[in-house]
Design a protein around this ligand. Structure first.
Ligand code: AMP
Ligand code: MG
Length: 355
């Protein structure tokens, strides 16, 4: 099948503004003395199949390379269905086996949170749509628009209820396959946070793993972190700026990250588990702010599928905030988001939502 236009945007969905933007080359490292003792270490590299940008303030050694190693380990040991040795790949291989398989405490903990978001979002977030995303292969060399009967067949093999987690024992029904792509980068941020907290010399950090960002600690001058949200229709530009103090996790899901256009229709990578096709909730981007990386990532995907209005109760359950952009360039915010987000892009208008 020939496609008239094919575009992949694998660069971070959200980029950080101050301090990061000047060092976005691969393997580019910058060290700046910020104060007498605290050094600012910066690196832009690739891990988890995406661009990772780091700024770390520390009185100790440069640990930016350790974070890349850590993220690659998380990807290869736990998360990736592509990596044969990962726990997710082993779980998938044993789909249909009566006793399933035993996984590490980390994987069990992450799966438990993922299955909870799946249930609370009524399946808008569903980690079992693996075979459907693989059939579309939106980010592959030869993406494919499946026929409806193909989707209907695969939809029968999907459903988070087909995953059973008892302690550290995971059982998948036959024909089911896990894909944790919608939460993996947030999990990466959680793992990085744990590692940063072990290093008492680190006083602050901003780490961006694709569309998921961690802000941690504080800057030496104690000014707030400024995090720019990507303009969904001008990816080199910013929709606006989040001004944050303390620790936060920010994730964006958008229809501009991985997509192709066929017959003037955009086919993107966020699938509505009810139809098996790209979600058409009217949104083009959702950014979620939360106190946990996995949650910010999983919720941004869930909210993209649900649409703005349907997302509110889910966000409230997790005490998360969001900014939504719809296809008419209206921008909607939850109350907490209004306090920290400033719209800067032209051509968008803030609207009050009748929640
Ligand atoms: P994100 O960019 O975090 O929204 O994640 C999108 C990725 O998650 C896709 O590339 C798929 O691998 C996977 N995915 C797509 N739709 C869903 C969904 N409804 N629930 C869970 N994972 C999904
Ligand atoms: Mg996500």
């Amino acid at each position: 099948m020939k496609y008239k236009q094919m575009m992949y945007i694998v660069v971070a969905a959200v980029v950080m503004q101050i301090g990061i933007i000047g060092c976005r080359q691969k393997d580019d490292r910058v060290v700046t003395a910020s104060t007498a003792e605290t050094k600012k270490y910066e690196r832009t590299d690739v891990a988890m199949g995406t661009v990772v940008s780091e700024t770390i303030y520390s009185t100790g050694e440069d640990i930016t390379a350790d974070m890349i190693t850590l993220l690659s380990e998380v990807e290869n040991q736990y998360m990736s269905w592509r990596s044969e040795s990962s726990e997710i790949a082993v779980i998938n291989d044993l789909a249909g086996a009566k006793d399933g398989c035993k996984v590490s405490a980390e994987t069990a903990g992450y799966l438990s949170q993922i299955l909870e978001v799946s249930a609370k979002s009524d399946g808008a977030f569903d980690p079992t749509i693996g075979y459907i995303t693989r059939l579309w292969d939106i980010d592959g060399e030869d993406p494919y628009i499946p026929r409806n009967d193909e989707l209907q067949t695969l939809l029968k093999q999907c459903g988070y209820q087909k995953v059973e987690l008892l302690g550290s024992q995971v059982t998948l029904e036959s024909g089911v396959s896990l894909d944790l792509g919608a939460a993996g980068k947030g999990i990466g941020c959680d793992e990085v946070r744990t590692r940063l907290a072990e290093d008492t010399k680190v006083s602050g950090a901003v780490i961006s793993v694709g569309g998921s960002i961690l802000v941690y600690g504080e800057k030496p001058d104690q000014t707030p972190w400024n995090v720019a949200v990507t303009d969904p229709r001008a990816e080199d530009g910013f929709l606006g700026i989040l001004t944050l103090t303390g620790e936060h996790y920010i994730s964006t899901s958008g229809d501009y990250e991985k997509y192709f256009i066929e017959d003037e229709k955009r086919y993107h990578h966020i699938i509505d588990p009810q139809t098996g096709a790209p979600a058409r909730s009217g949104l083009i981007s959702v950014t979620v702010l939360s106190q946990n990386g996995l949650l910010s990532d999983a919720l941004s995907t869930a909210c993209f599928v649900l649409g703005a209005k349907e997302s509110i109760s889910l966000l409230a359950e997790y005490k998360a905030e969001a900014v939504f952009v719809d296809e008419d360039r209206n921008v909607y915010m939850t109350n907490g988001m209004k306090e920290v987000f400033s719209l800067t892009a032209k051509g968008y208008q803030i609207q009050e939502m009748d929640w």
